[in-house]
Design a protein around this ligand. Structure first.
Ligand SMILES: C[S@@+](CC[C@H](N)C(=O)[O-])C[C@H]1O[C@@H](n2cnc3c(N)ncnc32)[C@H](O)[C@@H]1O
Length: 278
């Protein structure tokens, strides 16, 4: 793929120093993509997650993200609420995984007290099936707050299981809910900063087909046809708050091949159910 060591600044004597050199090329990973998750995900994984890393995909769904990733490239731990593991309560020890992938339901219509009121009914059943566990929710926050609540709690849990400078990849989409614009990706970035996550990268995914709107009376907001992959690095809150994030060699560092902590072949399990190994 596009990964080139020239894209990264390696620490020189413990500091990042900008040096002239390199090659002229357009063969680089771009931030905006028209296409599907299965095409985009390998590119950002290739850029940010070293081969051999232990990656916990905690909202596995149908594993679409992994469709184009060669088997054996990563040590993948696949879990989902559908398989009995909640991403807010993972069966891994503290600091035990290199990367977490999080892609929970991103729209409030998938968090309803009754399945009759959930998004994706009737002819849109496949949507519900692909984007949620299809179950009604009771208690807890409502509407858009239900969406962010899950992202926030899952982010905290990801922070617990990630090793220092581990990578958290989050898929999300903004939404208009109750006639209000909610920039979910901004809410997530701000909240995760308070946990000690530095947002190192952001990718925009633009869908290839045009969305169709049933029962449009008057358009008020732009119809969303894009979503995001956010890439976070686990760091200490202190370093983030003191503004070291942009200059620290550790934070922006891509660990050279073979130099990272050895991949975990055995992850300490705290719960009975085991993730599926791929
Ligand atoms: C958007 S889909 C994920 C699609 C997946 N990334 C793929 O490539 O196929 C959202 C998934 O989150 C799961 N989910 C919802 N709530 C969850 C929770 N609390 N813990 C774990 N998984 C959850 C749903 O069952 C659903 O499979």
């Amino acid at each position: 793929m596009h990964q080139s060591p020239l894209l990264f600044e390696e620490p020189v004597n413990g500091r990042n120093r900008r040096v002239a050199g390199g090659i002229a090329t357009s063969d680089v990973v771009l931030t905006a993509h028209v296409g599907g998750n299965a095409e985009v995900f390998p590119e950002l994984l290739n850029l940010h997650v070293p081969k051999g890393a232990t990656v916990a995909d905690v909202t596995w769904g149908k594993g679409v993200f992994w469709q184009k990733i060669p088997a054996g490239r990563y040590n993948v731990l696949a879990t989902d609420l559908k398989t009995g593991i909640d991403c807010r309560n993972l069966p891994y020890g503290d600091g035990s995984v290199d990367c977490v992938v999080l892609d929970p339901p991103y729209m409030e219509g998938l968090f309803r007290k009754s399945t009759h009121h959930m998004a994706g009914g009737g002819s849109h059943a496949a949507f519900r099936e692909n984007y949620s566990d299809g179950k009604a929710r009771s208690g807890g926050p409502k509407w858009h707050a239900a969406v962010t609540d899950l992202y926030f709690n899952a982010g905290q849990e990801a922070h617990r299981v990630l090793r220092g400078e581990g990578v958290l990849i989050v898929k999300c989409q903004d939404e208009v809910s109750a006639n209000r614009q909610w920039l979910t990706h901004v809410e997530i970035i701000n909240k995760y900063a308070s946990y000690g996550f530095y947002c190192k990268d952001l990718f925009v995914v633009v869908r290839t087909n045009r969305p169709v709107i049933a029962r449009l009376k008057k358009q008020v907001h732009g119809r969303k046809n894009h979503s995001y992959f956010l890439v976070f690095i686990k760091t200490s809150k202190k370093r983030l708050l003191t503004g070291v994030a942009s200059s620290s060699p550790a934070l922006g560092r891509v660990v050279p091949k073979g130099k990272m902590d050895p991949p975990q072949t055995e992850v300490p399990l705290a719960k009975k159910r085991e993730p599926t190994k791929r």
